[in-house]
Design a protein around this ligand. Structure first.
Ligand SMILES: [Zn+2]
Length: 299
């Protein structure tokens, strides 16, 4: 059932292990990243599927975790990302009717990580203005203008706005209110009003707060949030969405990442925008600089 999203699954597993200090696992799976690359420059979720922005971003995150910027062709990635932008500023997935602010975040983050994001460029501006139009009166963001606010989309939109230099234009007062209201009596976080808390929302909410700044993140009950996350760890080792449910790779990854944003000593500090350990991102950037310097010398 999950074969078509192999590349994202590999990212969830590799990132959770790296954040927990188990960096040298899953080395053999690295070869499969290249096999998921398509002729249009994007990446598919697995070998026989078409390219998609979601899996393209997973491939870039994996290049960070494996510290292999040379796996990526920055020009081809840039061409693929722009091929998915509509005149409205929205990004689409499989076909132009399938627009979603998750794709805007994946597109802009991909460009940023291969040094192809120029905030002053007209198409970046267009993409940012579309994301801004998705903020609702309650402060949260939806998947398109006028769609219901949701913590997952709010993370994607806030991170996208930060990447394209437009975060200042969002309504920060209502946004902070929307995020603070997500922490529930059990210490966990929900994605929308009236929903039960769920481990992955700890990441979406806390990472968004971390992007906005330490004073926003400092306003939640951190001890209760950590307790709620550890209640989700199961005897099988992984984390489940809610207590007494089955663990899965997605919720294990995001629970560990949330602990990393909270500064828990068992987990490496996480970059809130790109969802990889900060040390892995710094190592990748140094490697990327060296690769670019070698290319310049050669030419
Ligand atoms: Zn969840």
């Amino acid at each position: 059932m999950t074969e078509h999203m192999f590349l994202s699954g590999l990212y969830f597993g590799k990132c959770a292990l790296a954040a927990a200090g188990q960096d040298d696992h899953l080395a053999a799976q690295k070869v499969r990243i290249h096999a998921c690359r398509r002729d249009d420059g994007g990446y598919a979720g697995n070998e026989v599927y078409p390219s998609h922005l979601l899996y393209t971003y997973s491939a870039v995150q994996l290049a960070i975790l494996y510290n292999q910027p040379e796996l990526l062709d920055a020009d081809a990635l840039e061409a693929f990302v722009w091929s998915r932008l509509l005149p409205s500023g929205a990004y689409y997935g499989n076909d132009p009717s399938d627009t979603d602010t998750r794709f805007s975040y994946c597109a802009l983050a991909t460009l940023a990580l291969v040094d192809k994001l120029q905030p002053e460029a007209i198409n970046v501006r267009q993409a940012g203005e579309f994301v801004l139009a998705c903020q609702n009166d309650d402060g949260g963001f939806g998947l398109r203008p006028g769609c219901e606010s949701h913590a997952g989309q709010t993370f994607c939109c806030v991170a996208a706005l930060q990447l394209c230099g437009l975060l200042e234009k969002a309504n920060h007062d209502t946004l902070k209110g929307f995020l603070l209201r997500r922490q529930q009596a059990d210490g966990g976080f929900n994605g929308r009003p009236e929903k039960a808390s769920d481990g992955c929302y700890a990441w979406w909410v806390l990472a968004t707060m971390a992007i906005l700044g330490p004073s926003v993140l400092g306003a939640i009950d951190k001890a209760a949030a950590i307790k709620a996350l550890f209640r989700l760890q199961t005897p099988a080792g992984g984390f489940s969405p809610r207590p007494d449910e089955s663990p899965d790779l997605f919720h294990t990854h995001f629970a560990i990442a949330a602990l990393g944003v909270l500064g828990h000593e068992s987990v490496a500090p996480m970059d809130p925008c790109f969802c990889v350990p900060r040390t892995a991102l710094q190592r990748y950037r140094r490697s990327l600089d060296q690769t670019q310097a070698t290319t310049t010398d050669a030419s």
